[in-house]
Design a protein around this ligand. Structure first.
Ligand code: AMP
Length: 448
């Protein structure tokens, strides 16, 4: 099958050709004809399947007819990065159509956005919060909306946007086409879909299982050795561009700083960064200025950097779904990629869960020339013990200042364990022996 069979406008076909797409992906084959027929769609598709073009192409086709410079399409996205990506895809696929889109999200000057709106646009790609601000101020007129797209609906729920979405929905014309896309279909999303979609076409691509073009491996390692293992792997492996995931914003920033000091071309993306810094990080990663991007889940949501060769989970994700999303950043649209996950002892049970979902055992890898026997420094042992019993470390100084700080004390079990292994190498578990373990050794130095 090729794109000709959709009978798209020649200007749109030129945009497709220019991007080098030769054949539609499965979700495009299923979604485009239905959307062209004005049907509502509920699409379950993971990232990397080509879902953006699946809704952008028929939307552009619809907009080729009818009045210009009225907002006729509203696309809602959970994050600024995803909004920018959709906007970019519209710009690329629609470059010969002269149709205009604008992004609306917080963190940047709203007057610029308002002035673009005043000049007239056909498509608005928005995050919920700023859109509501502009609606309340009467800056944006959504009375002519013909198509509403909710992209990554499950993420919108995760991020607490449901009330905002309902608020926006109330103010849109009832007679419209609605397209809802989500990587997973939890009950919340299904309930929303049932209440806003009319007789939808259901499309399901993949089963929330990471794209098959990705090969997965896990690296058992103690927490305190993760950074040195990461740097060693980067030193040893040919990697074009690498996305590293950490669990917290603070860790993303610290890890990137440490790696930068060691000479890696690295930047970080986390929620505390102002918008211009985020964009700079993303652009730098896209254009190759940085080969490594260290990010948190929220920050990296929806990132489409088509040439990501490796995703490294420095910290294990919290859910299989999060694993799927992270891994979906590599191996996009028929390309191949590698996904490495660092696994500490407490993460092991979760590895089995992932293996169950994938239906295959993940390859265990042990780096041959890496010293796994270096003991943890006392400070990191102490804080990891505290983490295990759910307490923050006591502040060293001024610990008598507040009642809250006094509340920091050890449980009986932690006192017991703290006495046992102090200063000794406890290597009974790592790297844990496994028949599928592979010893990997250095091949090349390509990242610095
Ligand atoms: P998405 O799932 O929309 O994030 O798309 C993932 C990547 O696939 C993006 O880099 C798109 O440019 C690319 N892509 C989308 N459709 C096609 C296609 N038909 N052929 C090749 N690449 C595509």
């Amino acid at each position: 099958m090729n794109f000709k069979s959709f009978n798209l406008h020649p200007y749109i076909e030129s945009g497709i050709r220019e991007l080098g797409y030769t054949a539609p992906t499965p979700i495009q084959i299923q979604a485009i004809p239905s959307i062209l027929q004005n049907r509502d769609v509920m699409g379950q598709a993971q990232t990397g399947t080509g879902k953006t073009a699946a809704f952008v192409l028929p939307i552009l086709q619809r907009l080729m007819d009818g009045q210009r410079k009225h907002i006729r399409v509203l696309i809602m996205a959970p994050t600024r990065e995803l909004a920018e990506q959709i906007h970019e895809a519209i710009g690329q696929l629609g470059r010969y159509t002269k149709l205009k889109s604008v992004t609306i999200y917080g963190g940047i000057n709203q007057y610029t956005q308002a002035s673009k709106l005043r000049k007239g646009v056909d498509i608005v790609v928005a995050c919920p919060g700023r859109l509501i601000d502009l609606m309340d101020k009467g800056v944006i007129d959504l009375r002519h909306i013909e198509v509403l797209v909710l992209d990554e609906a499950d993420r919108m729920f995760d991020m607490g946007f449901l009330p905002d979405i309902r608020n926006i929905l109330k103010r849109l014309p009832v007679k419209r086409q609605t397209l809802l896309f989500s990587a997973t279909m939890p009950n919340d999303v299904r309930d929303l879909a049932e209440s806003i979609l009319f007789n939808p076409v259901n499309i399901q691509i993949g089963d929330a299982v990471p794209v098959s073009t990705v090969s997965h491996a896990i690296y058992p390692v103690d927490q305190h050795l993760k950074t040195s293992l990461l740097m060693k792997i980067l030193d040893c492996t040919d990697m074009a561009s690498v996305l590293v995931f950490t669990r917290t914003k603070d860790r993303a920033a610290r890890l990137a700083k440490q790696m930068k000091r060691s000479g890696f071309l690295v930047t970080s993306l986390q929620g505390d960064l102002p918008q211009n810094k985020r964009q700079e990080a993303l652009n730098g990663f896209r254009n190759g200025k940085y080969q490594i991007l260290v990010a948190t889940d929220i920050a990296a949501r929806g990132i489409d950097v088509s040439k990501i060769s490796h995703v490294i989970n420095y910290d294990m994700p919290d859910t299989v779904d999060a694993y799927t999303h992270r891994i979906g950043r590599t191996g996009r649209a028929e390309r191949t990629g590698d996904a490495f996950t660092f696994v500490t002892r407490p993460d092991r049970a979760f590895v089995w869960t992932i293996e169950n979902v994938l239906g295959e055992k993940l390859e265990r890898r042990i780096l041959a020339n890496f010293d796994y026997t270096i003991p943890a420094p006392e400070s990191s042992k102490r804080s990891s013990r505290l983490r295990r019993i759910g307490k923050r470390p006591c502040p060293k100084k001024d610990s008598k200042k507040t009642g809250e700080q006094h509340a920091c004390h050890f449980s009986r079990s932690s006192r017991l364990s703290s006495g046992v292994k102090r200063g000794r190498k406890d290597l009974s578990h790592f790297p844990y022996p496994d028949s599928s373990s592979q010893m990997k050794s250095c091949r090349s130095r390509s990242m610095r």
